[in-house]
Design a protein around this ligand. Structure first.
Ligand code: GAF
Length: 382
């Protein structure tokens, strides 16, 4: 699948710019558990997947830069010393953001041309944005020999999203997309930005995604609101992040926060714990426990953190009715996108069919089912 994308961007680049490009593939990600914990210094459990963004990049000698998003049939031209943000939501802000953040670190880049094409469904919560940012920073690092480490690159990608896109995201997506390891998920400690790989082989079970194909608006502002609520509670508790807080600590300030924010902080503390328990369950091949933790995560995201939506809740409830689904939950930032399901392999197709039919009946629209492979992170393609 990614080979085809690579071929398409390469051919298009040669046709458009009559030059041989460097080729980069940058994947999207799933997340087994650990949602909205990354910007709280907690644990997450993501993996890079076999869907992503292919980029063809080469130096330009025309005195300006061109970036082309093949999927969107959109072309932009810009000059490196005159960068400014485009309209909110426009894809080029990811490119401008990465370029600006590289320049902020006093790294010198020259003019370049870049062409992208991807196969991560937009709004699926599989992080096409991080894949896009990483493909740009990785490509520029190679092209201009910037000497950036992978960790520096993901921090640039993250800052680009903060300052040019306006989403105050954590580090999970950029990390998973950059550092992914084939057949593994990464238990990432977002305080130290270090991870431990876990080989994922659930024997007669597997992971399956169901995309609601909805993305409710306001998700970006709701995301930023939650982040600042968590930060202000951490401040009240006199700790750097909620990672440093316990449920007992939180009880002590119960009178000082609104019941809504209390629940949000409680969710974060509990989700960090669930994620560590999930790692242990995977080590012990205890899938029943892993599944229960995944359902617990959804419950918290729905009722405490309040980032779910009717469509996601419906799909999780469908999963609960099927004894062969051990766990299901919304994945990513929320307000739409996918559920991730831990399901018995034999039952996967059947459940996908039943859930899709029920979804169509209820919402009069289709959901989509994806079987994914865990893959390597951002890399050059020879
Ligand atoms: C989005 C963000 F980009 C991540 O950093 C993370 O917070 C996630 O939502 C929720 O876990 O994907």
């Amino acid at each position: 699948m990614s080979n085809q994308l690579i071929k398409e961007v390469k051919d298009e680049f040669k046709k458009t710019f009559s030059a041989n490009p460097l080729l980069v593939f940058s994947p999207g990600r799933i997340n087994i558990i650990g949602e909205h914990t990354d910007y709280n210094g907690g644990f997450v459990f993501p993996a890079a997947v076999d869907k992503g963004i292919a980029a063809a990049i080469q130096k330009s000698d025309t005195g300006s830069c061109t970036a082309i998003a093949m999927d969107l049939e959109s072309t932009i031209e810009f000059e490196l010393d005159k960068l400014k943000t485009s309209k909110e939501g426009n894809w080029e802000n990811y490119v401008f953001g990465v370029v600006a953040e590289i320049q902020n670190r006093n790294k010198i880049i020259g003019d370049f041309n870049i062409i992208f094409k991807g196969n991560i469904p937009g709004g699926a919560g599989m992080s096409s944005s991080a894949a896009l940012e990483n493909s740009v920073v990785f490509g520029l690092n190679e092209l201009f020999d910037l000497g950036l480490s992978k960790t520096e690159m993901i921090l640039i990608s993250q800052k680009a999203e903060h300052n040019y896109v306006g989403v105050k995201c954590g580090i999970m997506d950029q990390y998973a997309s950059m550092f992914g390891i084939k057949d593994n998920a990464l238990l990432l400690d977002c305080r130290t930005i270090k991870s431990k790989p876990y080989k994922i082989d659930f024997k007669e079970h597997q992971l399956m995604l169901i995309n609601t194909n909805v993305k409710h608006s306001l998700s970006d502002s709701a995301y930023n609101d939650r982040r600042s609520a968590c930060e202000s509670i951490a401040e009240l508790l006199n700790v750097e992040t909620l990672r440093e807080a316990s449920e007992k600590d939180l009880e002590k300030i119960i009178d000082k926060v609104t019941p809504e924010n209390y629940q949000k902080a409680l969710y974060v503390i509990q989700e960090i714990e669930r994620t560590q328990k999930a790692a242990k369950a995977i080590e012990e091949n205890d899938l029943e426990t892993l599944g229960a933790l995944i359902y617990g995560s959804h419950n918290g995201l729905q009722h405490q953190y309040k980032v779910s939506c009717d469509e996601l809740d419906f799909l999780v409830n469908q999963a609960k009715k099927n004894k062969d689904v051990l766990g299901a939950r919304m994945m990513g930032g929320g307000f739409g996108g996918c559920t991730i399901n831990l399901i018995k392999k034999d039952e996967a197709k059947n459940f996908a069919k039943t859930a899709s039919k029920a979804y169509k009946n209820k919402f009069d629209k289709d959901c989509s089912v994806y079987f994914i492979e865990l893959s390597n992170g951002t890399h050059l393609v020879k």
